[in-house]
Each structure stands twice: as C-alpha cells, then as structure tokens.
Design a protein around this ligand. Structure first.
Ligand SMILES: Cc1cc2nc3c(=O)[nH]c(=O)nc-3n(C[C@H](O)[C@H](O)[C@H](O)COP(=O)(O)OP(=O)(O)OC[C@H]3O[C@@H](n4cnc5c(N)ncnc54)[C@H](O)[C@@H]3O)c2cc1C
Length: 412
C-alpha cells in the first residue's frame, strides 16, 4: 500500500509529452509519487515524429521508446482505454472501461486530432489521416488491397503542403503510389518558407516525381460504385482521378475533456495554460499539443518536452517557466535539406535580408537581419543547410563581419 503522503499523479494520454513528463518526474522526485498513465492507442508511447520512417524500412519497435520506464514500481501504464470524463470535485476520472481513477494532480497530455477539410467525400474509404501508427497500418493495408483489386498502381493526393504533407507524399511514393500534393496557399510550407524557397522545394519534389499544385482547393471527393474514392474535384472546376487521399491540413487540440469539465479552453482550441503549464484548475496541468500558450497550440515536440519539464519542475517547487514556442524547422524532404528558423518570413518591422539563390542547383539561403543589417533575426536554408548549426545560436546576436559571407558559397 502507498504511504499516506504519496502524491497521486494521473496522466491522460500516453504520447510524447506524457512519456517525457513521467520520465522526468520519476527521475527527479525525492518525495513518494505514484503515476497512472492512461492512453487510448493500445500501445506504449512511441516517437510520432518518426512515423514516416516506417516507409523507409523501420519497424514499429524501432519507433517505440525504451520501455524500462514502465518497470518502475511507481508507474502504471494503462493502454487501450480512454478517459471519458473528469470529476473535478471528486478529483477522479472515468474511463471507457468504467474504471475510476483518483488524482491529486491531473496532467492532460491528450495531443491533437488530425484535421480534415469539410468537403463532401472526406470520410470515404480511401481517405486517411497521417498521425498514428494505426493510421499508417490502415493506409498500407488499403493501398495493398485496393491496388490488387484494381490491378494497377494507385494514384494519391495529399491535401496540405506543410512538412507533414510532404512527408506523406514521400510515404505514398515508397508504396508505389503516384503522388500529388495540393496546397491552398501559394507556396509549399507556407508558415516556414517564402515564395522563392517554396518554389525551389516544389522543383525538388517535382524532380522526384511528386506533382505539386499550389493555390488549389479541393471542393469534392467522389466515390465509385463500390463507395471508395475515385476522383477529386478542385475549385477551378478541374478534377483528377485518385484512389487514395491523405489529409495533412493541420491539427485540432483534443481539449474536449477539459471543456466538458469547465476548465478554460481557448476560443481557437486548446487548454489555456500559464507559463507553469497550469490550467484554470490548480489541480490540473496541461502539456504538449493540447495546451494553448499565448493563444496558440503548436505541434512541435521540443515545445511539448519543454512543457513537460516545466510542469515537473513546478510540481517539485522549482521556479521554472515555459519560454514560448520556437517554431524552427529542420527537415529533409525528398532528400533535400530544408531549414527555417527565427523570423524566417521577416515579419519584424524594417527587417532586411541577405540572399543567395541558385535555382538550377536548387539552393536558396536567406538571412533576415534587423534594420542595423547585422543583428540576425532568422533565416531559410534550402538545399544546403550546412550553416544552420553555426547560425542558429546567433539569433538575436550581431553577426561578425559581412553577413553575406554566411550565405555565399566559399570561393575557389
Ligand atoms: C507524422 C508526424 C511527424 C511529425 N514530425 C515532427 C517533427 O519532425 N518535429 C516536431 O517537432 N514535431 C513533429 N511532429 C509533431 C509531434 O509528434 C507532436 O508535437 C508530439 O507528438 C506532441 O506530443 P503530445 O504528447 O502532446 O501528443 P501525442 O504524441 O499525440 O500524444 C497524445 C496521446 O494521447 C492520447 N489520448 C488523447 N485523448 C485521450 C483520452 N481521452 N484518453 C486516453 N488517451 C488519450 C492520444 O491517442 C495520443 O496517444 C510530427 C507529428 C506527426 C503526426
């Protein structure tokens, strides 16, 4: 039996933020704690950011985090169950399996849903999200079965041209599906890249055999006589034959538990937290993608981990605070390095930039500088990101020497 002073911590969600929180708390707590982690995915926490590796030969076990965390007597992991309701007065939660669990501190780490656009046909067989191991398994099974049924390679459309969409297009290609990316904005990765960088990335993808349509909106997805996806229609009236559609159009915070329990939720979605990850209920913390800080939820694992660390620190009585979102992205897409960091889109008033572009070689480098033309605010690197390691720590600092020397190719 637990000692009467044992603090009961209940974590809802068994994803990346939840695992980090539990690991940190068990490592650092000197007082007795007991953690119950409840996840609805039916498996141990895994590295969601590596989902696309499954198409490059990785197995499910390669993505699963080291399970030694759950060998600690102070933690119990319950999988394949879902928390349905929070009773804040009794400090309990009720799960789908009709179990009630008590808590002293409740940690909501429920992540987000993959959003779908509201078009007719968005739920037809052949339409997928790209968020979980189950999504990937279902996608693979569908592609295999459908291509056997039709006796040919499939045609796929990814709706959403952000990082996730480009990863999904690569995944389709590795399964032998002819892939097209549809992007409503005028360029790919619109929140990270400017027009020139976006078009260079587009050319890289096209060279790899992935078609890209920017400034395009899907208006309908049509079924064939079997009920499965057969065509997609666009706002300009054109249509395309398609057998599989993947939605990568953003995320929706899974904040319904908090909302139904009367905990403050932001009008744009997400459980409102302060810089200590506290919600409007002092006994409830929220971390990861479900948490809305400064009016926004962000789908970046570094932010989820920092929130987990801050939440643990506060529980242990430390004076730590979440430092805010750093939306830098450094990814390799279709074999091309793409980096965006700091104020990459030069939104700071009077910012100036230094550019180097070689569209033939597919290289683009931009540094965004403050109006003094020396203080680094951010940048974009496509095709050659070798300078990223040295530039990233310099954001906010004055660059030594001529800023163009950081982007121009070495002479000779
Ligand atoms: C394909 C893909 C690639 C990505 N790549 C990157 C990347 O390169 N870099 C990066 O920074 N970020 C990346 N991300 C985002 C990153 O994975 C997320 O930011 C991170 O997983 C957030 O952690 P989380 O714990 O908040 O949510 P999650 O990891 O989603 O975990 C939430 C868990 O809670 C469960 N849950 C929800 N509600 C309940 C309930 N009521 N009861 C029980 N369980 C519940 C969910 O099923 C889920 O398992 C990627 C995401 C995807 C999908």
């Amino acid at each position: 039996m637990n000692s009467p002073t044992t603090t009961e911590i209940l974590i809802v969600g068994a994803g990346m933020a939840a695992r980090r929180f539990a690991e940190q708390l068990l490592t650092r707590a000197s007082e007795p704690v007991r953690i119950t982690m409840i996840g609805d995915e039916g498996r141990q926490p895994y590295d969601r950011t590596r989902l696309s590796d499954l198409f490059l030969g990785a197995a499910e076990e390669d993505l699963t985090f080291d399970s030694s965390l759950f060998e600690d007597d102070r933690i119990e992991l319950i999988v394949d169950d879902r928390v349905l309701r929070i009773d804040r007065r009794a400090q309990t939660v009720l799960t789908r399996s009709r179990q009630t669990h008590r808590y002293d501190t409740l940690v909501l780490a429920t992540g987000a849903y993959a959003a779908r656009i509201a078009v007719d046909g968005a739920a037809l067989p052949g339409c997928f999200a790209y968020r979980t191991l189950d999504d990937v398994e279902e996608l693979r099974e569908f592609v295999q079965a459908r291509s056997a049924e039709l006796g040919r390679d499939l045609r796929g459309v990814v709706i959403g041209g952000g990082v996730l969409g480009l990863e999904a297009a690569g995944a389709l290609q590795t399964m032998g599906v002819d892939a097209t990316v549809i992007q409503y904005a005028d360029r790919l990765m619109a929140t990270q890249l400017d027009g020139t960088a976006g078009s260079i990335v587009k050319r890289h993808l096209q060279a790899r055999g992935i078609a890209v349509r920017t400034g395009t909106r899907a208006t309908r997805i049509d079924p064939d006589e079997s009920g499965a996806v057969t065509a997609i229609e666009y706002q300009d009236g054109s249509f395309q034959r398609v057998d599989v559609v993947i939605f990568t159009v953003g995320m929706l915070a899974r904040d319904e538990l908090a909302r139904n329990a009367g905990i403050d939720v932001h009008p744009l979605g997400g459980i409102v937290i302060d810089d200590g990850c506290r919600t409007s209920d002092p006994a409830v913390l929220a971390i990861g993608e479900v948490a809305s800080y400064d009016g926004r939820c962000v789908g970046l694992v570094a932010a989820a981990y920092e929130m987990a660390d801050v939440a643990v620190g506060r529980l242990l009585g430390e004076d730590v605070a979440f430092s805010g979102y750093d939306e830098s992205a450094a990814v390799t897409l279709a074999g091309v390095e793409v980096v965006s960091f700091g104020d990459a889109l030069a939104s700071t008033p009077d910012a100036v930039d230094v550019l180097y572009a070689d569209p033939i070689a597919g290289v683009y480098k931009k540094l965004v500088l403050a109006e003094d033309a020396h203080t680094l605010l951010g940048g974009i690197l496509v095709g050659d990101a070798s300078a990223y390691g040295s530039l990233r720590p310099l954001v906010g600092a004055r660059l030594v020497g001529d800023p163009s020397s950081y982007v121009l190719p070495a002479r000779g």
